[in-house]
Design a protein around this ligand. Structure first.
Ligand SMILES: Nc1nc2c(ncn2[C@@H]2O[C@H](COP(=O)(O)OP(=O)(O)OP(=O)(O)O)[C@@H](O)[C@H]2O)c(=O)[nH]1
Length: 241
């Protein structure tokens, strides 16, 4: 079925007016003109309403689009970052190291907060969370802008420096340990925090797992040698390690 012609009355009035004009019949032409004026009036009102409606719909669509963009950005951020600290989460951190490790020599710093179970047990989990956030802040503030900073799990963090120099990486690790010793959490003046760290470097083409295992061994050594210290892996890690 054909859609109804919305302007059928106006078209009919126009046709009658034309015919009246051709026939020179003033009275019929006058009536047709009156009908046309009415129809024209109605068209202006309806068109105005339609334009307003379309404007409103367009504004609503723009707002909905903007909201969708913000939600997408937030979802992307959440899927890539750790919810508590805002650092890269484990999967993203490892994923981002892969292309860098393929092309560059890198230095991996691992960090694990010392005796963190005791912090939770003595001061409660929420205070433990604040300490984790404080440690993450130290990492973010002291690391160079291009460094990758991630929370690998619980109280374990990692920094990857691409093309970083060894002396600079150790200076950074020392600075981080010193800043963590300064963390205070009111109202707990007795609460002191330390962290153990390790540093390991690899040549291009080394797998993340290979580098990580070596750095993790060194971190374990730092723990067993008394904590609050940095243990280095002396040799460059290669793909054959
Ligand atoms: N508050 C808080 N605690 C966490 C979180 N994730 C892990 N933990 C706690 O971190 C603690 C880690 O304890 P352990 O692995 O025994 O290590 P540790 O006590 O730090 O001892 P060392 O590493 O040997 O110095 C556990 O008690 C976990 O419950 C977190 O997101 N928030």
């Amino acid at each position: 079925m054909d859609a109804p012609d919305l302007f059928a009355p106006e078209k009919a009035a126009l046709r009658r007016a034309r015919e009246a004009l051709e026939q020179g019949d003033g009275e019929i032409a006058h009536r047709a003109l009156a009908e046309l004026i009415q129809g024209f009036d109605r068209m202006i009102r309806d068109t105005g309403r339609l334009i307003n409606h379309a404007d409103r719909t367009e504004r609503e669509l723009n707002r909905a689009n903007q909201k969708l963009r913000e939600l997408t950005e937030e979802l992307t951020f959440r899927s890539r970052h750790d919810g508590l600290t805002g650092l890269l989460n484990r999967e993203t951190f490892i994923g981002e190291t892969l292309p860098l490790m393929e092309s560059d020599p890198v230095i991996l710093l691992l960090l694990d907060i010392d005796h963190f179970k005791q912090v939770n047990d003595r001061y409660g989990h929420p205070v433990g969370d604040k300490i984790i956030v404080g440690v993450a802040r130290v990492l973010r503030e002291l690391s160079p802008e291009q460094a990758l900073c991630g929370r690998l799990g619980g109280e374990e963090f990692a920094i990857l420096l691409a093309r970083g120099d060894w002396a600079g990486a150790l200076r950074l690790a020392n600075g981080i340990c010193a800043a963590i010793r300064e963390i205070r959490e009111s109202p707990h003046p007795g609460l002191r925090v330390t962290a153990s760290m390790s540093a390991a470097a690899s040549v291009p083409g080394t797998r993340f797992d290979t580098l990580y295992v070596c750095a993790d061994d060194a971190l374990y050594r730092a723990k067993s040698l008394g904590r609050d210290r940095i243990e280095e892996v002396p040799d460059w890690i290669t793909p054959d390690d």
